[in-house]
Design a protein around this ligand. Structure first.
Ligand SMILES: [Zn+2]
Length: 374
């Protein structure tokens, strides 16, 4: 895998640590192949025209995009990995503009056998006491205007808006987003530093219901930034929007999170029984640190009919994801998956082999106005 090869030249302690972890996992995987002789469902179990409802986009502010990456993040070892996994270089962006990121995502997606559309996600930042974007505390900012323009530029990209509810004009921003084709609103409370349970957000939630905009909310720990307020990723914090009728999608099924002694996925399972408007996405669940969560989620009765496909691109294009890490994927399947060059195809095949059903893959195409099978 080229990503792995290119990244191996780097020497940051974080990467070295990951590499050691990955090698030991690989050894474990090879040692336990005999335990994985399981029948693999036929290839036709994957529907065509899958919508990835969790795909990131970012930019460095080139070409007047309005995107922002903090100096702290630019110095972080993650920055170059992200650029690489988006398939761009800093120099290319400076020369051609941030729209190049969308162009590369769109082109890569067009080469996927299974995934036809992706919801690209804006990312709002931290809002200061003055009601303005706090650039001292925001690491990555991707404005709605940029993402809406990129979705208008590429027919296979859909607009996922992001609005920090602490913004004084948050409701107007939701209306703007809907008018410009937003199919959902995404936020990351642990990064944007607000509590979804705050009663001040009731008008925001009512507006989401009125506009028929689902809320995709990060749940579980967050490792993609240099710092995060872990308690704000607790699924229990989503009771307020759920009780007001908002369709909530808990990103990553709360993965490895643990809150007040209870696992995040167990908390979500309890809440699924209470709220029929609660869903969860399976994005990032093939990451080496999340292995096992997908297998458990797809077999839990509480999650039946509630799981939605998402990739968390570009993380699926980093060395953190590979079929070789999973003991549940049969050896010959690992070879077959590794031969696929398209990151979405590898992601779909891995998730299929870990138990994801056609229902999970096909679930939201219709809702986003993208007919399944097109
Ligand atoms: Zn994500």
């Amino acid at each position: 895998m080229t990503t792995m090869k290119n990244l191996s030249a780097k020497t940051s302690p974080g990467i070295l640590k990951s590499k050691m972890l990955l090698s030991s996992l690989l050894m474990t995987t090879i040692a336990s192949q005999s335990a994985t002789a399981r029948a693999v469902p036929a290839m036709d179990a994957i529907p065509a025209g899958i919508v990835d409802m969790h795909c990131h986009i970012a930019g460095i502010g080139a070409g007047g995009s309005g995107c922002f990456i903090s100096p702290r993040m630019r110095r972080n070892w993650r920055f170059n990995i992200y650029l690489h996994s988006f398939g761009v270089s800093r120099r290319e962006l400076e020369r051609q503009g941030d729209h190049l990121v969308a162009d590369r995502i769109s082109a890569s997606l067009a080469g996927s056998q299974f995934v036809s559309h992706a919801v690209i996600l804006a990312m709002d930042g931290v809002i200061g006491p003055d009601g303005q974007l706090d650039t001292n505390h925001t690491e990555v900012y991707v404005p709605n205007e940029f993402v809406a323009a990129m979705a208008a530029r590429h027919t296979n990209l859909l607009f996922g808006a992001s609005v920090n509810p602490l913004r004084p004009d948050a409701l107007e921003r939701l209306v703007w987003a809907k008018a410009h084709g937003a199919v959902l609103v995404k936020w990351l409370p642990p990064i944007m530093e607000f509590d979804p349970a705050d009663p001040r957000f009731i008008p925001f939630y009512k507006k989401l219901v009125e506009l028929n905009l689902p809320l995709l909310s990060h749940t579980g720990p967050e490792h993609s930034f240099s710092k995060a307020e872990a308690a704000l990723g607790d699924p229990e914090k989503l009771r307020l929007p759920l009780s007001l009728g908002v369709t909530v999608i808990a990103a990553h099924v709360a993965a490895s999170g643990k809150y007040h002694g209870e696992r995040g996925a167990d908390r979500l399972a309890r809440m699924m029984r209470e709220y029929p408007n609660l869903y969860a996405d399976i994005s990032a669940l093939t990451l080496v640190n999340n292995l096992g969560y997908l297998h458990r989620a797809v077999h839990r009765p509480e999650f039946a009919g509630r799981l939605v496909y998402g990739s968390d691109f570009p993380l699926i294009r980093t060395p953190l994801v590979s079929p070789w890490y999973s003991v549940r994927i049969p050896f010959r399947e690992k070879f077959a998956i590794a031969r696929h060059r398209n990151p979405w195809d590898r992601d779909v095949l891995m998730k299929r082999d870990l138990g994801s059903t056609p229902e999970i893959f096909g679930k939201w195409g219709q809702r986003f106005g993208v007919a399944a099978g097109t």
